[in-house]
Design a protein around this ligand. Structure first.
Ligand code: SF4
Length: 453
């Protein structure tokens, strides 16, 4: 299984109401982007209020501690995993310096992190963690002492950062969002009444009854303060956008729109293309919950093969804390998912999943389906084979661990126990409107956008 590294959210209420509850509900919606830790920081113009910690949104926040989060500006964050060895990366990160306070929430990975951090350290900066957000915050604090405004400082720093970043910064009286020039990670602007929101995914706006206004464009900075909402084009159009195509395949919720495209519709269309590329005779099409479901629907629509709910998901399993032997991992898969014997017994099943990483999960799933009575399992994968790791913050393991690097397609098929195996061809992305000149597909092609310049 892959994991996205983070989700961010910000809110600014021009009417002066407290924004914490909206941020809480928004983070709930973004929970799939990170289950390791979460936090909210609010600003009531007198002081900052922080609640953050390890755990899920419903574990960290309570009615009581949410009540302490007063203020009309706020920032929230959910974190999947942490790149450093320490545990100090829980965001948002708050810091105080000569210009007051600064709070930052970030999704992404800075690829020139070591170089920039070493530069700061040689100038006397002290770090609490190896969090990229902390390093960016330090850079903004330094830049702020040399510029006229917080937004200017953010834009100055953004020019020096390489890699992927969607960042929300809260200064004493401003909320500022910035997205890297490639736009790797999604970030949108929404509005309800006189309250404006930033969020990693538009689904977060739906739950708080806000309307999506626009995406923060790749390279754009947006500032919200008492003067209103101001857009800065500073980094826009400097490079060809390269939004993460895997957001459509796996990371994002199906009810989100990324840069105007429906994630749900993209998945249905990809499922249709998957059938056209890898047809097979079978009795039922089964999707692996949750991200495989809509691909399976598309596959069923296009093929005319009946769609069946062949796997039941236990919705109450949160983070998988079970690690260790393959046997224990198999049990962990069975706790999360169980085969629905009535839907698959004696049948030839097309099993549709978003990707194969190491191959262990697919092998366990196929065993589950076969143990549930399926006669044959034809595995269909709604993305091309993973061949490269991701330097932009998505948790794809080292190349050597990727099934498609270690084996050819038939080798993978045998190792996972499938009767046949088919992957989505790269060209199918373009046919569903995800054009290669707008999207990063480096984990499939090795064409890292910032190395193509
Ligand atoms: S390398 Fe893959 S996962 Fe990483 S940003 Fe590009 S498409 Fe997304």
């Amino acid at each position: 299984m892959l994991h996205e590294e983070c989700g961010v959210m910000g809110a600014y209420d021009f009417d002066g109401g407290n924004v914490a509850i909206d941020l809480y509900h928004g983070l709930y919606t973004l929970q799939h982007r990170g289950q390791e830790s979460c936090g909210i920081v609010t600003n009531d113009y007198v002081s900052l209020h922080t609640v953050k910690g390890k755990g899920l949104v419903n574990e960290v926040f309570t009615k009581d501690n949410l009540g302490t989060l007063t203020g009309k500006i706020g920032v929230g964050h959910v974190l999947y995993g942490y790149t450093g060895d320490d545990n100090d990366g829980v965001q948002p990160i708050v810091s105080r310096y000569c210009k007051g306070s600064m709070t930052i929430a970030m999704n992404g990975m800075i690829t020139n992190y070591s170089e920039l951090r070493s530069e700061l350290e040689h100038r006397g900066a002290i770090f609490q963690s190896s969090s990229h957000a902390e390093m960016v915050m330090n850079m903004i604090a330094v830049a702020r002492t040399q510029t006229h405004s917080a937004e200017e400082a953010v834009m100055t720093v953004a020019k020096r950062l390489k890699g992927a970043f969607s960042i929300i910064v809260m200064s004493p009286k401003k909320l500022i969002a910035v997205r890297d020039p490639y736009g790797f990670k999604p970030l949108s602007l929404g509005k309800r009444g006189n309250t404006y929101f930033f969020a990693s995914e538009t689904a977060a706006f739906d739950v708080i009854h806000a309307q999506t206004l626009c995406d923060v464009r790749p390279g754009e900075t947006i500032k919200i303060d008492d003067n209103g909402v101001t857009h800065y084009d500073d980094g826009v159009g400097k490079v060809k956008p390269a939004q993460c195509i895997f957001e459509f395949v796996y990371f994002a919720r199906p009810d989100s729109f990324i840069d105007g495209n429906s994630v749900y519709q993209a998945r249905i269309n990809i499922g249709k293309e998957l059938y056209k590329a890898c047809p097979v005779d079978a009795d039922v099409v089964v999707g692996v919950p949750s991200s495989g479901l809509h691909f399976a629907l598309g596959y069923a629509y296009e093929s005319g093969i009946q769609y069946a709910e062949g796997l039941v998901k236990n919705s109450y399993v949160g983070r998988t804390f079970i690690k260790g032997t393959d046997e224990i991992r198999r049990e962990a898969v069975s706790i999360k998912l169980n085969a629905l014997r009535g839907a698959i017994e004696g049948k030839d099943v097309v099993l549709v999943d978003d990707s194969i990483v190491r191959g262990t999960t697919s092998a366990n799933l196929i065993k589950l389906i076969k143990d549930g009575g399926a006669r044959k399992v034809h595995m269909r994968i709604a993305s091309p084979p993973f061949m490269y790791s991701c330097p932009y913050g998505s948790d794809i393991p080292d190349r050597q661990q990727l099934a498609a690097v270690r084996m050819d397609i038939d080798g993978i098929r045998k190792s996972i126990g499938a009767d046949s195996l088919g992957y989505l061809p790269m060209s199918a992305f373009e046919r569903v409107g995800l054009k290669p000149d707008r999207y990063c597909d480096a984990c499939f092609t090795g064409n890292y956008p910032d190395l193509l310049l």
